[in-house]
Design a binder for this molecule. Structure first.
Ligand code: SAH
Ligand code: SF4
Ligand code: F3S
Length: 438
């Protein structure tokens, strides 16, 4: 697109998970390349407003309509409003029915059509069978030192509480050579770290569009580690069911793989896990966590837990607390169960009283805070390698350790993009302070 005409302004708000953030980056890049839009942080000056939505729980969906209502009142005359992402996928045309000023609706699996829909008032593109696993998006820039790359689209699991398979469709792996090419582009812009994204990253390689032979996530990790400039590889989310020995051994042995792993537990009770269709038991989860800890002594393990899933008894909940006590997670993302449309659990009738679910959530949070304090305090006095990436106005510079702790030191921009040894001198619940070793 010729850039001699004045560019239009795009304001984009992103909710939800890291896949949605990557989708937003793709939309920004496509709209820049094909439609001459530049991003603005000021909604009032935008010619196009996009809200990239999440529907994993009910609350953000309720907020959506009040939010787009506000945008409609405050926007520049003639500015367009688009709704994209997972809520777009599952509400589709209803969004325009309820908010007729919305110009287009673009589902989470239709992001490559952004340049088309933007000029067609009333368009709704939400086909969850659409396959964009081999679509080459225009080049986008992440923060300088890190990049995030989608390695698959959709999800083949049928966790009974989860709306994602209904918003993102079946799982298709992106061909490894496209992933590598995307990472190499980011490397040329200074990236030294990559985060591989998918709803179920460690089932990577089971289905490709072009029917090529199956592959594995472990193989992909090996291939990516051959890129010399990439110093760290992260990924999210892996599924505990697919954490086989080969994967855990590669995780432990490959120095480039960040030693922080997300193990979404959801529940510690084997019968609730069955009702959730997670495919593993309490015993399996504990066994996998122990194997990881045995092979990787400095590992940090984070998790997701849902409190108050239908049928969850006090004993079931005690199993969850037992797993938390045994694994001692470094961070827990907690959610109260929220019934979602198009899911199997929506029809379950033995709901847990809201009061009980809230109490359980609080118990998890309290225990988790104690455990986080213990973990962080234990790091004081140790020496850790930090990749610095963010200069603060107060003369501090922030970065992350290999196992994903945030560390602040006094320092200058010379440290940016470098991995440096730091002695940890103090801690808070969520970050560390250190001194440079030279
Ligand atoms: N693919 C990822 C999960 C993506 S959704 C995985 O399997 O780990 C992110 C988290 O939202 C889930 O791990 C779950 O803890 C939570 N979640 C999903 N559906 C939910 C629901 N209906 N109610 C409450 N929390 C939910
Ligand atoms: Fe949802 Fe389960 Fe797929 Fe995760 S693995 S996105 S929780 S269906
Ligand atoms: Fe939300 Fe969709 Fe991600 S529902 S968590 S934005 S996959």
């Amino acid at each position: 697109m010729a850039n001699n005409e004045k560019s239009k302004k795009l304001f984009i708000q992103t909710l939800g998970c890291q896949m949605n953030s990557t989708d937003s980056m793709h939309m920004i890049a496509e709209l820049k390349e094909h439609k001459n839009y530049d991003v603005t942080e000021t909604m009032e000056e935008a010619d196009l407003i996009i809200i990239n939505t999440c529907s994993v729980r009910e609350k953000p969906v309720q907020k959506l309509f009040s939010e787009i209502g506000q945008f409609n009142v405050k926007k520049k005359p003639g500015a367009k409003i688009g709704v994209s992402g997972c809520t777009a996928s599952h509400l589709g045309q209803d969004i325009i029915k309820r908010a007729p000023y919305v110009d287009f609706v673009l589902g989470a699996r239709n992001i490559s059509k952004i340049s088309e829909v933007v000029d067609i008032k009333g368009s709704v593109e939400i086909d969850i069978k659409h396959d964009e696993s081999t679509y080459e998006f225009a080049e986008y820039k992440n923060t300088m030192y890190r990049t995030s790359v989608n390695i698959s689209v959709g999800c083949d699991k049928e966790c009974t509480y989860c709306i994602v398979p209904a918003t993102r469709g079946v799982e298709i792996s992106i061909p490894p050579e496209m992933i590598i090419k995307e990472i190499e582009k980011a490397v040329n812009n200074g990236a030294v770290e990559v985060t591989l994204l998918g709803q179920n990253v460690n089932s990577y390689g089971r289905r490709f569009t072009d029917k090529r032979p199956k592959s594995t996530f472990t193989q992909l990790l090996k291939d990516i580690s051959k890129i010399p400039e990439i110093k760290r590889i992260r990924f999210t989310s892996p599924h505990p069911l697919h954490m086989d020995d080969t994967f855990i051994e590669e995780f432990a042995a490959n120095d480039k793989i960040s030693k922080c792993i997300h193990m979404p537990l959801q529940s510690g009770s084997t019968s609730i896990l069955k009702a959730m269709k997670r495919g593993y038991s309490k015993k399996w989860f504990l066994n996998r966590a122990q194997k990881i800890k045995d092979l990787v002594p400095n590992v940090r393990i984070t998790t997701d837990i849902i409190a108050g899933f239908p049928g969850e008894t006090d004993e079931d909940f005690e199993d969850t607390m037992d797993v938390i006590r045994q694994v001692k997670f470094d961070q827990i993302f907690n959610f109260k169960y929220s019934p979602r449309p198009n899911t199997a659990a929506e029809k379950m009738t033995d709901l847990v009283e809201n009061k009980v679910a809230s109490k359980r959530l609080t118990e998890i949070i309290e225990l988790s805070k104690l455990q986080m304090d213990v973990h962080m305090r234990a790091k004081v006095g140790s020496v850790m390698e930090v990749l610095f990436e963010d200069l603060k106005p107060n003369g501090e510079i922030a970065g992350f350790t290999d196992n994903y702790c945030q560390v602040f030191v006094k320092g200058s921009d010379e440290l940016l993009g470098k991995i440096v040894k730091v002695k940890i001198i103090s801690n808070s619940r969520t970050s560390l302070k250190g001194e440079l070793l030279n």
